[in-house]
Design a protein around this ligand. Sequence first.
Ligand SMILES: NC(=O)c1ccc[n+]([C@@H]2O[C@H](COP(=O)([O-])OP(=O)(O)OC[C@H]3O[C@@H](n4cnc5c(N)ncnc54)[C@H](O)[C@@H]3O)[C@@H](O)[C@H]2O)c1
Length: 276
Amino acid sequence: MKIEQLFNVKGRAVIVTGGASGIGLGYAEVLAANGARVTLLDIDEHRIEAEVNRLRAAGMEVNGRVADVTDHTGLDRAINQAVSDYGRLDVMFANAGIDPGPGYVGAWVGDERPRLTEGAIESYTDNRWNRVIDVNLNGIFATARAAARHMRPQGSGRIVITTSAASQRVEPAIGAAYMAAKAGAAHFMRSLALELAFYQITVNAVAPGMFVTNIGGGHSKDPAVQRALASVIPLHRVGFPKDIGGLALLLASDAGSYITGQEIVIDGGLCLGRVD
Ligand SMILES: NC(=O)c1ccc[n+]([C@@H]2O[C@H](COP(=O)([O-])OP(=O)(O)OC[C@H]3O[C@@H](n4cnc5c(N)ncnc54)[C@H](O)[C@@H]3O)[C@@H](O)[C@H]2O)c1
């Protein structure tokens, strides 16, 4: 089969939560650039407007909808509207997520990694814990549930959950709730993949390593931070949203139709360990 056919996403109706920035925008942009009809669903109204205008100006078929993944009634409503805009739902990227704040050490890399009391388990507040679980785990559940309600009657669909390298490997510089939420989302993905396979719906996860986005106030945009992170990544560079494009096309197109229940790590080798 020709590559144009195998990876064809033309006309596919796609929703991306957290689609107005970073990795979600990376998914949205590569799909829309290849003819998919994409809804950016995000809590940030201004970013949605800016990105929808930018992508439409480049000739792409893109809509925006404001929704908070922690408000499940509002989320269902926004997803229903997005589905009625395009008449179906082929691919759902359950991607929206937040940074959990500091972990129990104060630096990502280096020999000096001082312990922080703020991120230590004894002082980890209920508020911090619950907020991260609410967005990064409960939000994924509610998004996937809404997708399944539309996909099951169609007898087709793709659900792609953004987890993290943190679901497989503990990162002490980011808070413990993030580890729990991402590992929970990864195993939820497997449970859902088994449940929905009968209906020809695949469910997979993308687990990014260190990507430059707006998460946590965009701290990874600092070149010094990027250099430090690159030093512990075997490919010796951080990831950018455009690096996610190939995987997005694979999982959204016929090329990925027999892949389900998998968490695909995309991290420049970070999870392998360190050699030089
Ligand atoms: N950047 C990384 O290095 C990295 C690594 C591993 C995993 N991830 C995961 O990738 C996903 C995307 O993060 P990113 O790095 O692109 O960050 P980002 O901040 O650039 O984008 C996240 C988007 O989600 C939106 N969002 C946040 N809370 C929301 C809510 N309650 N409802 C709806 N939208 C909401 C934000 O407005 C933003 O547009 C997250 O799940 C994150 O945990 C990121």
